[in-house]
Design a protein around this ligand. Sequence first.
Ligand SMILES: Nc1nc(=O)c2c([nH]1)NC[C@@H]1CN(c3ccc(C(=O)N[C@@H](CCC(=O)O)C(=O)O)cc3)C=[N+]21
Length: 287
Amino acid sequence: MSDEGYESRIIDGKVLAKKIEGEVESGIKALVSDRGVTPGLATVLVGDDPASKMYVRLKHKACERVGIRAEDHFLPAETSQEELISLINTLNKDRNVHGILLQLPLPKHLFPQEAMEAIAPEKDADGFHPYNMGKLMIGDEGLVPCTPHGVIRALEEYNVPIKGKNVVIVGHSNVVGKPMAAMFLNRNATVSVCHVFTDDLKKYTLGADILVVAAGVKHLIKADMVKEGAVIFDVGITQEKDGVYGDVDFENVIKKAALITPVPGGVGPLTIAILMKHVLNCAETNF
Ligand SMILES: Nc1nc(=O)c2c([nH]1)NC[C@@H]1CN(c3ccc(C(=O)N[C@@H](CCC(=O)O)C(=O)O)cc3)C=[N+]21
């Protein structure tokens, strides 16, 4: 690696996202011409949190690029659980809606778990429904969460072996850490999941051949915490006035990493491209 510049160590999420979106676009063209079906994604946003609004907008723009019909359902912050479930039931029955995305987090008075369970499992583009999560857990990967799916796709793209490798995941959320661990276990990696209560984080991260960090703590991972030659995915996003920061101290950690994702321009665009792929998959299997 010493004769290569740092550039080559960077996993460019935008480039990979473009490739995936190209595949999705072709798949959609085929579906439209073979069956006359245009995939549809319904996004549901409750309340007007600016970050959530931006993420939903990014997803709609991606839909436009690949040829997915996107509908935007905006509910005011004071919406009741019953009203939210009622909208989801309507979308479940709508034959032109193949994927449903309930943007998280929800306002505090609502129950996200119950709302996600209301989504028809076959329309669960996010892969958050307990049915899809359960299938993932037993090694039957259908609709899986987009970010972990994107990480696996990137490893495949760069021919990084997984079987028998030491994988360390920092963060045990239902949306990233837990499904990520299941996907690596399904591929026979040795998996450690660290989180806020982990006693000595560095002890684990130093042993990682593949490190996935999804803690939401700016620059949590420093250069002295990673192994030389590690492959590192930074899932964190901390928005500050002067910019967006990841969970990894990129400038310094890149010197030791074989491959690393930047923030922004890494896992984020990849996640959105995979979401597009899932909507296509939903439309292909359920029209
Ligand atoms: N049901 C649900 N599904 C989600 O997939 C979901 C969600 N809720 N809630 C919030 C998180 C966050 N998320 C992001 C996706 C893309 C970028 C992304 O593409 N970011 C760009 C721009 C970053 C910036 O400028 O702030 C980048 O990283 O380059 C970021 C964040 C999806 N989420």
